[in-house]
Design a binder for this molecule. Sequence first.
Ligand code: HEC
Length: 264
Amino acid sequence: MLKIDRKEEQGVSRRQVLVGTSVFAAGAALGSLGGMIRPAHASEPAMKKWPWPYRKLDPARTAEIAYNEWYRVFCGAAVINAVFSQLKETVGEPYASFPADAFVFLEGGQLGWGTICGSAAGANIVANLIIGPRITGATEGHEIGADVMQWYSETELPTYTPKKPKITATLPTTISDSPLCHISVGRWMKAANKPLKSKERKDRCARVAASTAYHLVELLNRWKDGDYEASSDFSCAKENGITGQYNCMDCHGDNVPQPPMPKA
Ligand code: HEC
């Protein structure tokens, strides 16, 4: 049922794109006749025309770039740059103008506050910039973002081992059960018994950025091929009446509070 809806939405959004194009053509043709009809989005910059042109990328190559970029701009900007730096070469605009380095602030779960992991945030930024925001009618950017959040929470991370790792010791992998930097990094540090400033923890986070970039590109490539199907079924706000994550008991123990719910 859901799948059919998504296909339909996809169809609608493609049709909207086509209609938009023909309005533009008609407007351009009529413009010279009297200037009465103005094309709807004639002056929209390339950055606001979705989807952005996408050429399939090699996940391993993308992961390798993300790994190395982590040591320059940290998790969030590393994931964004891993994808956009390649598309800047193969496609050009709007990637060439996009200031991905500005997203360094995603480090440490945003400025060290341990909220969403920057790798997951970066992946959401990439998917939503390429595919476009949900309000345009294309839902796959949101869906890929949600899939990354769920994958990130449920997967033994890191999954990717760099070709030329900066440290050779085998790093433990952990399941965070959460997209929060604080919990993800904390659980890993506990398993590895390594402090935040250790080179092992840093390399772990660089590899998590690489792993996330790898998975993101797998999903984007599937979307490009028309084979993408959303896998995340997380809808906390709807089901639980509060925004959040699925691991309520992690923080609340057995006493998960019940938010006020609308009367049936
Ligand atoms: C990352 C930790 C964390 C997770 C995960 C989490 N919560 Fe909370 N939640 C909190 C904290 C901390 C508070 C504030 C508690 C307080 O003020 O006493 C809170 C507050 C709430 C409140 C407000 C009412 C109250 O009694 O404080 C509700 C309702 C709630 N949580 C429900 C949930 C549900 C349902 C889930 C899972 C879907 C969830 N929480 C997951 C940490 C978490």
